[in-house]
Design a protein around this ligand. Structure first.
Ligand SMILES: O=C(O)C1=C[C@@H](OP(=O)(O)O)[C@@H](O)[C@H](O)C1
Ligand SMILES: C=C(OP(=O)(O)O)C(=O)O
Length: 423
């Protein structure tokens, strides 16, 4: 047993070998819920993630008048006429705070949004400004942040809007997901530094097309969604490949072999890039009917990676880099300062508190491996900080993870799955 301060990260004696089944993708689950809620009829979702972010999304949609029932692991979503007044708790979920307001704008009545205290720090101004341009009335007391209220009139004009989505791809996805229901659809132009998280934009576009919505993304930095019907589609949610990252990292760090089952052969999830990333560190990777298998070779070399497309993988990659045999440079991730916490600052602070040598750059992290010691690792209400700490704990005695329960944001079973694999 550990101290009352934190969850003792298990330190395996030898190579970690095993198979893991991770729960459904947060990003696909919350898109599937949003799209089902505004589609032409009921749809059934299987493999939907059950975690804090998806339960907040379900509650938000139910409070707007959507019917959601569950039986034998299948979730049926029945669109209803969207109505306020309603109160939406966003927790710390980017997908709720950014994706729900464009849907709330279609409701008749006032929909008020609030969330965890750090949610008030996460930028919202871009999406709120864009909605105003599209004809939506919003009251945010001039802050551009939470709390805010969307005063829906039952319909949204839509049309052309230019925004700067360099801070988060979710600003674009949010408008894409609701845009087919706007009178004129939506014609979005991005003007600014590059938009991060391209796979998540592709995910939004692909899920719309699967439902018969016309989306033109042929021009760089422009997305045009035609107004029109949105077909109800029964959907099987893929496993969350980003949440597979710490388990696969365990094979890399310990020279073991870990298979994540149900790995899709085709996907828009950013976690699809994990195979290439762990290969760069020196591991061997194979994909077959069993799933994705990563084998550690004993070699863990430093990497120089642009993670702009896969920012959410960064905390776990940073942990692997801190245990490598040479320095690593993680680039293209300035937008991580807008995530569950300022992840660049948090990783720098917590790794260095264990004796590490990490510094933030303008757009990323420089990580020079050093012998680390144990201690309490702060997680800042960030599920992926907890995953990063668990990975460090594979090779460092006495790492304790503060508030391991924060992993419930996207994977409440993390402590059990991790202990079963490495403990
Ligand atoms: O659309 C989505 O589901 C997400 C987009 C990304 O956001 P950013 O573009 O803000 O990084 C990602 O990091 C987040 O975890 C989920
Ligand atoms: C950035 C993340 O989450 P959110 O959907 O809250 O933005 C994440 O899960 O890494």
């Amino acid at each position: 047993m550990g101290t009352s301060e934190g969850w003792p990260a298990p330190r395996p004696e030898g190579a970690v070998n095993g198979r893991v089944t991770v729960p459904g993708s947060k990003s696909i689950s919350n898109r599937a819920l949003i799209l089902a809620a505004i589609s032409d009829g009921p749809s059934t979702l299987s493999g939907l993630l059950a975690a804090r972010d998806t339960s907040l999304m379900r509650s938000a949609l139910v409070s707007l008048g959507v019917g959601i029932t569950e039986k034998d692991g299948l979730v049926t979503v029945t669109p209803g006429s969207l109505k306020g007044p309603a109160n939406v708790d966003c927790g710390l979920a980017g997908t709720v705070m950014r994706f729900v307001p464009p849907v709330a704008a279609l409701a008749d009545g006032v929909v008020s949004f609030d969330g965890d205290s750090y949610a008030r720090e996460r930028p919202m101004d871009v999406i709120l400004g864009a909605l105003r341009t599209l004809g939506v009335q919003i009251d945010d007391q001039g802050t551009g942040r939470m709390p805010y209220a969307v005063n829906g009139s039952g319909s949204v004009r839509g049309g052309k809007v230019t925004l700067d989505a360099s801070g988060s791809s979710q600003f674009v996805s949010a408008l894409l997901l609701a845009g087919a229901r706007y009178d004129e659809g939506v014609d979005i132009r991005h003007d600014g530094k590059p938009v991060p998280s391209q796979p998540h934009l592709d995910m939004s576009v692909a899920m719309l097309r699967e439902r018969g919505v016309q989306v033109d993304d042929s021009e760089p930095n422009r997305w045009v969604v035609a107004p029109g019907p949105l077909r109800a589609v029964d959907t099987a949610i893929e496993p969350d490949l980003s949440n597979a990252a710490p388990f696969l990292a365990a094979a890399v760090i310990t020279g073991g072999s870990v298979t994540v089952t149900g790995w899709p052969t085709e996907t828009t999830q950013p976690g699809a890039q994990l195979g290439d990333i762990f290969t760069r560190f020196g591991a061997e990777v194979s994909l077959d009917a069993q799933g994705l298998t990563v084998r550690g070779t004993g070699l863990v070399q430093g990497v120089d990676l642009d993670l702009s497309e896969v920012g959410e993988l960064s905390p776990v990659i940073a942990a692997v880099a801190a245990l490598a045999d040479g320095p690593s440079y993680l680039r293209g991730i300035a937008h991580l300062r807008n995530h569950e916490t300022d992840r660049l600052a948090a990783l720098e602070t917590e790794f260095n508190a264990l004796g590490g040598d990490v510094n933030q750059t303008a757009d990323g992290l420089e990580i020079r491996p050093k012998p680390l010691h144990g201690g309490l690792f702060g997680t800042y209400h960030d599920h992926r900080m907890a995953h990063a700490a668990a990975v460090l704990g594979l090779a460092v005695d006495g790492v304790e993870i503060e508030n391991i329960a924060t992993t419930a944001k996207t994977m409440p079973q993390f402590p059990d799955l991790w202990s079963a694999l490495v403990g």
